[in-house]
Design a protein around this ligand. Structure first.
Ligand code: C2E
Ligand code: CA
Ligand code: CA
Ligand code: CA
Length: 279
């Protein structure tokens, strides 16, 4: 429009510069961060619905930046993806998560599984399967205790290749979880062919869940679809008792969210007395 002339340009420029500058600084620091061991993993528990026991943890990445403090993935993951650093960084995540699980296993927590998030670039690297096999072996972690969380969008980026890679991995015993489900555009035909073991309903559908609203209908439909395909259903972002009760009623198998447990350091999990009936 007429109003988007020179004035619009001048108005927009300073904030763009600030953002670009922050990104540039972070980009510089990002390359040395891996070397300087500034990345950390925090772990969020996954519970059998409705209230336990804890069956495993999802590893979530943090960057303890020497000047900026602890940064969450939204600040640096897009940069890491754009530059390709995500591949070595993502491989570090798998290694560190498996190392931590093996430590917990030595303390007798044999039931727990560990879930890691894979970015598209990481998932599509040619050495993925070999890297995963080597990492499991290195830390003596059974394949069926590792869950790879791949978003619906990543899985559908190159569907035939996803089927091929996930088939190889699941033949080894590794489990696959379709993350952020409901936000992408899955072809049901491919979804049926994907050898996944669980489907994670995106937090967006859980957030405004109420007994009357549209989101309840969507969640029920996703649960029905998952059951048909023989997949377990994980609901993430559970923040209220009402959500917990309703998601359980709708048939979700696993719950994750601030109500049940926030992401915390490995040390605080080690210190906590999580009781599992099978131990
Ligand atoms: P995600 O895989 O969907 O993970 C769930 C996000 O929701 C996490 O944010 C978690 O801290 C947050 N969350 C969990 N429960 C609740 C809740 O009850 N309420 C609210 N408001 N939030 C909750 P986080 O840790 O900031 O991670 C954001 C995203 O970054 C993740 O979304 C995932 O896509 C990505 N990510 C995290 N770690 C890694 C990693 O190691 N590798 C890759 N490739 N991506 C990662
Ligand atoms: Ca995830
Ligand atoms: Ca999500
Ligand atoms: Ca996500």
């Amino acid at each position: 429009t007429k109003h988007m002339g020179r004035n619009g340009y001048h108005f927009f420029q300073p904030s763009m510069n600030a953002l670009a500058q922050t990104q540039l600084h972070l980009l510089n620091d990002l390359w040395s961060a891996l070397e300087h061991q500034e990345f950390r993993l925090v772990y969020q528990p996954k519970f059998n619905a409705p209230s336990g026991p804890v069956i495993g943890f999802e590893a979530l990445l943090r960057w303890d930046h020497p000047q900026r403090g602890r940064l969450t993935p939204d600040v640096f993951l897009p940069l890491a993806e754009k530059t390709g650093l995500i591949v070595p960084l993502g491989n570090w995540v798998v290694d560190e998560a498996c190392r931590q699980l093996s430590e917990w296993r030595k303390q007798g927590r044999l039931v727990w599984s560990i879930a890691v998030n894979l970015s598209t670039l990481q998932f599509e690297q040619s050495a993925l399967v070999e890297t995963i096999i080597a990492t499991l072996k290195k830390h003596d972690v059974p394949a069926d205790k590792l869950i790879l969380e791949v978003t619906e969008t990543t899985a559908m980026n190159n569907p035939d290749e996803s089927v091929r890679v996930l088939t190889k991995l699941t033949e080894l015993g590794v489990k696959a979880s379709i993350d952020d489900f409901g936000t992408g555009y899955s072809s049901l035909l491919y979804l049926k062919r994907l050898p996944a073991s669980e489907l994670k309903i995106d937090r967006a559908f859980v957030r405004e869940l109420s007994r009357k609203g549209d989101d309840a209908t969507i969640v029920s439909a996703i649960v029905a679809l998952a059951k048909t395909l023989n997949l377990k259903v994980v609901a993430e972002g559970v923040e209220t008792e009402e959500q917990r009760a309703f998601l359980t009623e709708l048939g979700c198998n696993t719950l994750q969210g601030y109500l049940l447990g926030k992401p915390v350091s490995a040390e605080s999990i080690t210190a906590e007395a999580y009781i599992h009936p099978d131990e």
